[in-house]
Structure formats: C-alpha cells, structure tokens
Ligand binder design. Structure first.
Ligand code: UGA
Length: 437
C-alpha cells in the first residue's frame, strides 16, 4: 500500500526522490523552507530543468500521493524521512553540514521515535554514525546515497544501476524498510555499513572526475602527437573494463557535485592520513583544462597563445555546466567566460536554458558578461565563437547565417560538437579539443 515518506529539501535530489517515490506508490510529504517554492510546487510548477519531473509532480498531486509543505509538523506521521539537503563546500574543502544538522535538531522531536532517518544527499564519511548524538538516539539511521545525474535524475531514480543501502547495528531492519521503498524499480540493492555507503558515493564521483581529467589530458597529448582523441577514446571505450561512457573531452568537469565531492574526498583522506594523490592531480588537471581553453581562444583570436584579448568580441555558446540543465553552479563555461571578460574581452553569451532575464549575477559586477536570448546576436561581430556546453540544438543552428554575422570565422569547439559536414561552405575554421586539425 506504500509507505509514509517524508522528504526534506525540494532541490533536484529531494524533488526527484519525492516525485519518483510517489510514482512508485508511496505517500510522500516533501518539506522545504522556501515558501514560494512550496506554493509553486503545490500548483504543479517545477522551476528546475529536469525532464519528466513536472509530469511526475503533477501525477503525484493529482493522485494525492504527493504533498508539499513548509511546516515540519507535517512529517510527524512519517515512517521514513529522507534528508536531501545541501552540503556545500566549506572554506577548507570539507563539506559544511550545518544545514543538515539544523534540520535534524528541528525535526527529531517532531518525528515518531521509530521513524527511520535516511541520508540521501552526499555527506562525509562518518555522518550517519554522528546523527544519533544529534537526535538523542531516537531514530534508526540509514545511508542511501543518490547517484542521480542532473538532466537524467528521473530516469536514474527509476532505473538505477544500483541502490546502495548502508546501516550499522542495530539498524538492519530499518535498512530493509528503506530497501523496500525501491520495489518497482529494476535495481540491484546493495546492503552494507553506513561508512561504506557514504564512501561509495564519494569514490564514484571522484572516479568519474579522474576518468575525465585522464581523458582531457590524453586529448592534450593527442594535439601534440598528431593523434585524434575520438579515435583513441573509441578504442579505449570498446574495452569492457573501461566502458564507452564519460570519455568525451571538454572544457573541464563542473557542476554542483564533482568539484565539491573530489575536494571533500581529499579532505576525508587527508584527515585519515591517506595521500590520495590521483584525485588531487585530477583536480589540478581540471584547473589546467580551463587555462588551456583560454589559450586556445587567444590563439584563435590573435594568432598567438599569449596575444591580448582586450576589446575582442567572443560569442560564447553555452553557459550551463553540461547540456540538459540550466545549472550554472561551478560551471566551467561560466568560469571561462568570466576569465575572458577579466582579460578585457567583450563576451556575449547564449544558452538555451539561461534566459537573459535570469542572468543578473553574470551581467553585473567585476568580469561581467552579456547574456542574450538569441544565438545569432551572440555571434554578431565576434572575433571568435566559443562552444562551451554540448547542447545538441547548437548543431541545428544556421551556421551560414552565423558566419555572415561574425567578424572573424573561427570557432573554438571545446565539446567537439560541430563537424565538417555541418560547417561545409560556411568558411569557418574550427579548433576542437584533442586533434591537431
Ligand atoms: C554527477 C554524477 O555523474 C552522478 O552520478 C551523481 O549522482 C551526481 O554527480 C551527484 O553527486 O549528485 P552531474 O553533476 O549531474 O552528476 O554531472 P555529470 O553528468 O556527471 O557531469 C559532470 C561533468 O563532467 C560536467 O561538467 C560534464 O560536462 C562533464 N563531462 C561528463 C565531460 O566533460 N565529459 C563526459 O564524457 C561526461
């Protein structure tokens, strides 16, 4: 008949979990302290870009299995409460748990004593074992990390590669309860202790970051030895031990997870006396990647890697950290666009998911850039076009029209998105990533 589940936090993890659990037949109450957001969600309005999510939210509302509230008392009857709150990076690289801790102190007296607390958003190793002290040992604690990609969160929740459920003595029954919530998905459920569950999350994201930094460095090497990264990764990806995904070079990895989680893992390792050099190097290689893109732009615009960008117009295509989302958090695209502005280039950016009206943070203050709602306007009089996000719709633009609009027909394509056929007859020359062409 479904469980009574409380979800704390209506961000992309919380909202996706809430809507998907309601879809699986549970009765879900989703709590958020942002009243405007709660009001909008009650009306079925989802303000984040997440394919399939608005439909599931409306389905849950219509079928009375999903409610939104800003009142913590509404979770009093919950059997399970999932904590989906932000754990931002503190100044020393460690995760800041104050939001989570404050929520626990408020909620615990309201929840029934047997109510299972589930940590879902990424938390440092050891958090689950510290929660009982904060809550007076009133609740079983289970670690159930999320592995949701932005832009695919609904798909990843309903068709996960795995569900990880971690619990310590004496909370194994609670873990079974949490595992049961996923009945109806086709996922293998892996049971373990809480520390292993917590570390599995960090290790997965850090491994992905290492994989990408590795590929980005191989791409740089390709440029030096006249090899082609697409051929190299094709060959690598056919090896089942490596796998074909996460092998696309780019302007560097970003977003709200990989940068934060690599640094948090480094902090955990350091505190535990482990030298995790490979992750440290992956972070360093990622910084290098951004600098490398800047050099490519300089070369495209001025002919040399250290030429001046002052007064040069750069048409930036893509601001989100990856396609399929409007998320600008720790986006390499934003960092690179700002760097260009810092070096006195005149940057005009277009992103299909970042409207001009919502880009005030980018268009004011130091290193400001201009944001427009029309790609052809971004290209106007440009000394170079710079592609930073792999939006598929960039491939369907009228590149002849863009060629007519620019001052200088050169494209720096950091996602290797455009091909010769697409640009045939436009007069554009393209500098991609990972080939000498
Ligand atoms: C990441 C993980 O992939 C999820 O499994 C995890 O649950 C999530 O973090 C999280 O911790 O919540 P996400 O941040 O949505 O998901 O982004 P990814 O799709 O992993 O992309 C990360 C970065 O790598 C982006 O900047 C993207 O452009 C870049 N990337 C990805 C590449 O440059 N090349 C690729 O082949 C793949």
């Amino acid at each position: 008949m479904g469980n009574r589940v409380g979800v704390v936090g209506a961000g992309y993890v919380g909202l996706t979990s809430a809507a998907c659990l309601a879809h699986l037949g549970h009765h879900v109450t989703c709590l958020d302290n942002d009243e405007a957001k709660v009001e909008a969600l009650r009306a079925g309005t989802v303000k984040i870009v997440e394919p399939g999510l608005p439909e599931l939210v409306r389905e849950g509302l219509a079928e009375d299995r999903l409610t939104f509230t800003s009142d913590p008392q509404s979770l009093a009857e919950s059997e399970v409460v999932m904590l989906c709150l932000p754990t931002p990076m503190g100044t020393d690289g460690t995760a800041d748990l104050s939001i989570l801790e404050d929520a626990l102190v408020t909620l615990s007296p309201i929840l029934s004593p047997g109510c299972v607390l589930v940590t879902k958003s990424t938390v440092p190793v050891g958090t689950a074992t510290r929660i009982p002290e904060l809550t007076g040992h009133r609740h079983p604690v289970v670690s159930n990390p999320e592995f949701l990609r932005e832009g695919y969160a609904v798909h990843d929740f309903l068709h996960p590669d795995r569900v990880v459920v971690g619990a310590d003595e004496p909370d194994h029954e609670a873990a079974e309860h949490v595992a049961g919530l996923y009945e109806g998905t086709d996922a293998p459920v892996l049971r373990c202790d809480t520390a292993s569950a917590e570390l599995a999350k960090y290790a997965s994201n850090a491994f992905l970051a290492v994989k990408l930094s590795f590929v980005n460095t191989v791409a740089e090497l390709c440029e030096r030895v006249d090899a082609d990264i697409s051929k190299v990764t094709d060959a690598m990806g056919k090896d089942a031990r490596i796998g074909p995904s996460f092998l696309a070079p780019g302007p560097g990895w970003g977003g709200s997870c990989l940068p934060k989680d690599t640094r948090a893992l480094l902090a955990v390792a350091q505190a535990s006396g482990v030298d995790f050099a490979i992750v440290r190097d992956a972070v360093r290689a990622n910084d290098h990647q951004r600098a490398m893109v800047l050099r490519k732009v300089r070369r495209a615009v001025t002919g040399t890697v250290d030429g001046s960008l002052a007064g040069m117009r750069i048409g930036v295509f893509g601001l989100a950290f990856k396609a399929g989302t409007g998320d600008l958090r720790d986006s390499p695209a934003v960092a690179i666009a700002r760097q260009l502005a810092h070096h006195d280039a005149l940057v005009t950016a277009y992103d299909p998911c970042v409207p001009q009206s919502g880009a005030h943070d980018l268009t004011a203050g130091p290193d400001a850039i201009q944001v427009v709602d029309d790609p052809y306007l971004a290209a106007k009089d440009a000394n170079a076009i710079l592609i930073l996000t792999e939006w598929p719709e960039f491939r369907t633009l009228d590149w002849k029209k863009i060629a007519d609009a620019v001052e200088h027909p050169v494209i720096v394509d950091t996602r290797n998105l455009l091909d010769e056929q697409l640009l045939d007859g436009t007069g554009f020359t393209v500098a991609g990533i990972g080939s000498s062409a």
